[in-house]
Design a protein around this ligand. Structure first.
Ligand code: SF4
Length: 402
């Protein structure tokens, strides 16, 4: 049996929530020193950047970008805070942004304002001469961290031993996973999926084999499998801290879906109670949530879909309509600003950003840009060649389904 047993750890996003979750209306722009003062474990940076005021940061970032010209492209994920997203040449979800980077071969440097797995994906999809930079190296994703390579390799070995390696189980990983997991899927006849195409990828997976191991988000896996008509009693959760994920061999043989026990600390904050409260406040409200929310929340909502689906639905909704949204607060706030003729608000009354996305502070953006001006590439993200090749196979399988 390959599975190691060890104690569970609390995701960093949940530890840092306390520092940034607020009941006020907004999170004010602060210097990096003020943000570090709340005891977060972010990347150390040259002291000269710590106390710069927002206006000074803004001026110097614009100046550095002017000097660097088209050699640098800045990509901004929809969940980035306003003070950072304003520098983005392109905004999008993780996959769209990586594709965008690959379409810009003149940009030698891709400054990815997002989290680590996104920068890795950009690195896989970009040309070899392009260098991907993550402004704050500690900007990870707690969901991706819940599926570390050695745990997944152990679990995969156990599943192979019990279910056989010829179509017994097909690995499918959500984009929100480290490159090594994408590569494992590529090597083992599996694929990657996004929240937009998870249904299509699972349908494909069930044509390849009897069961699917879905990583690392149990909620997206469960919600998508339910859409395909797979009953809950054909789904088991794989807890990496227990032998055989906490299952018996019989339970694994009987399952159609093996759901890795991972979750998003941001999307699992949305609850059925919050939906009820929104409906009491506005009886005609539309409740729209992301499928990383729990099954109960997704089922109580009116609609669910990917970040791009949420944006499109609200942007195209009729004037006067009301939207209670269950996704990251920076995106919800931006949707509210861009749709002043509609009522758009976050389901969660507590303002709680993704604390790892929040680690990209403008001071880090300036630090890496001025590093480039000085001939230094700071925080370059690289992926070993073999992992890139295998991960590309899993990504290509997904793309072939479109
Ligand atoms: S919102 Fe959730 S899945 Fe996305 S980066 Fe943050 S922790 Fe990861």
């Amino acid at each position: 049996m390959a599975t190691r047993t060890r104690p569970a750890t609390i995701p960093i996003t949940e530890i840092e929530h306390a520092a940034f979750c607020k009941t006020e209306d907004e999170l004010p722009a602060k210097s990096l020193a003020e943000e570090l003062a709340v005891n977060v474990r972010w990347q150390n940076i040259s002291p000269e950047y710590l106390h710069l005021a927002p206006e000074e940061l803004d001026e110097r970032i614009h100046d550095a970008r002017r000097q660097l010209g088209s050699a640098v492209t800045v990509l901004g994920h929809h969940y980035q805070r306003e003070e950072v997203i304003k520098y983005a040449d392109f905004q999008g979800d993780s996959f769209l942004l990586s594709q965008e980077a690959a379409n810009l071969p003149h940009a030698e440097y891709i400054l990815f304002c997002g989290v680590h797995f996104m920068a890795e994906t950009a690195c896989i999809l970009c040309a070899p001469h392009q260098k991907v930079i993550l402004p704050n190296i500690t900007a990870g994703c707690s969901m991706a961290d819940m599926a570390p390579m050695e745990d997944v390799e152990d679990g995969w070995q156990d599943l192979q031993d019990i279910l056989g390696d010829h179509g017994g189980i097909v690995p499918v990983t959500y984009m929100n996973s480290i490159a090594g997991i994408k590569a494992l899927c590529g090597r083992n006849d599996g694929a990657v999926c996004t929240s937009s195409n998870a249904t299509a990828v699972l349908e494909w997976g069930f044509q390849q084999g009897e069961r699917i191991l879905f990583l690392p988000d149990q909620h997206l896996g469960r919600n998508t499998a339910l859409k395909l008509g797979i009953p809950l009693d054909k789904m088991v959760v794989w807890n990496p801290f227990k032998r055989l994920g906490g299952n018996t061999p019989e339970q694994l043989r009987d399952a159609k879906m093996v759901l890795w026990q991972g979750h998003c600390s941001v999307h699992t904050r949305f609850t059925v109670k919050q939906i009820q409260a929104a409906r009491e406040r506005f009886p005609d409200v539309n409740v729209l949530v992301h499928p990383e929310c729990t099954m109960e929340t997704v089922q109580a909502a009116d609609m669910n879909g990917s970040t791009e689906f949420i944006r499109k639905t609200i942007n195209e909704a009729p004037a006067g309509s009301k939207w209670a949204v269950g996704t990251e607060i920076s995106l919800v706030n931006r949707l509210a600003i861009n749709n002043p003729d509609k009522t758009v608000f976050c389901l969660d009354p507590v303002i709680c950003p993704c604390s790892t996305m929040y680690r990209i502070h403008p001071a880090y953006v300036l630090w890496v840009l001025e590093g480039l001006l000085a001939g230094q590439v700071i925080n370059q993200i690289t992926v070993p060649e073999q992992i890139q090749r295998d991960a590309q196979v899993a990504l290509d399988r997904m793309l072939a389904l479109r």
